[in-house]
Design a protein around this ligand. Structure first.
Ligand code: SME
Length: 138
C-alpha cells in the first residue's frame, strides 16, 4: 500500500468513526471494495467490532447481493433473510448502499444496526451522498 492509499484509508476510517458516533442506530459501519479482478468483496476501513467476514464472494449475503444488483439493500429484519451472513448476534437490521466510480459499482458502505427496522429513505439518500463524496477522493 502506497502513501496515498494509506491516506485514503485513514480518511475512510474517520468517516466510519464519525457515522458510528453520530447516528445512534448505526452500530457497525464499514466499506467493502471489489477485490482486484476477483468476483469478491474485500473489507476496507470500518468502525465497530472486528468481523470474520473480510472476504465476501459476489452473490453471498446482503453485501454480495449488492455487488451484483447495483441497488441499495435495506434489511429491516436480518432474521427474515435467507441469504444473510451474520457478523454478530446483536445485529437486527442492515443497510448496504453501492459505491460507484465512473458509473461502475466498485464497492459499498455497509451499516449494521442493533435496533430493529431503523433505516428510512433518509438513510438511503444520506449514504448515497456519503458514497458520492467518497468516490471523489478515491
Ligand atoms: N451481514 C453482511 C456481512 C457483513 S457484516 O454485516 C459486517 C452480509 O450479509 O453480507
Amino acid at each position: 500500500m502506497d502513501q496515498s492509499e494509506k491516506a485514503v484509508d485513514e480518511r475512510l476510517a474517520e468517516i466510519c468513526e464519525l457515522l458510528l458516533n453520530s447516528i445512534s442506530y448505526y452500530d457497525w459501519v464499514g466499506f467493502y471494495f471489489k477485490n482486484g479482478d476477483k468476483e469478491e468483496l474485500k473489507l476496507g476501513p470500518y468502525a465497530g467490532e472486528p468481523t470474520d467476514h473480510t472476504i465476501i464472494p459476489f452473490g453471498k449475503g446482503i453485501c454480495g447481493q449488492v455487488a451484483v444488483s447495483n441497488q441499495n439493500f435495506v434489511v429491516p429484519d436480518v432474521a427474515a433473510q435467507d441469504n444473510y451472513i451474520a457478523c454478530s448476534i446483536t445485529v437486527k437490521a442492515e443497510i448496504v448502499v453501492p459505491l460507484f466510480l465512473n458509473g461502475e459499482n466498485i464497492g459499498q458502505i455497509d451499516i449494521d444496526s442493533n435496533t430493529p427496522d431503523p433505516f428510512s429513505e433518509e438513510d438511503e439518500r444520506f449514504l448515497e451522498f456519503v458514497n458520492e463524496k467518497v468516490s471523489q477522493i478515491l
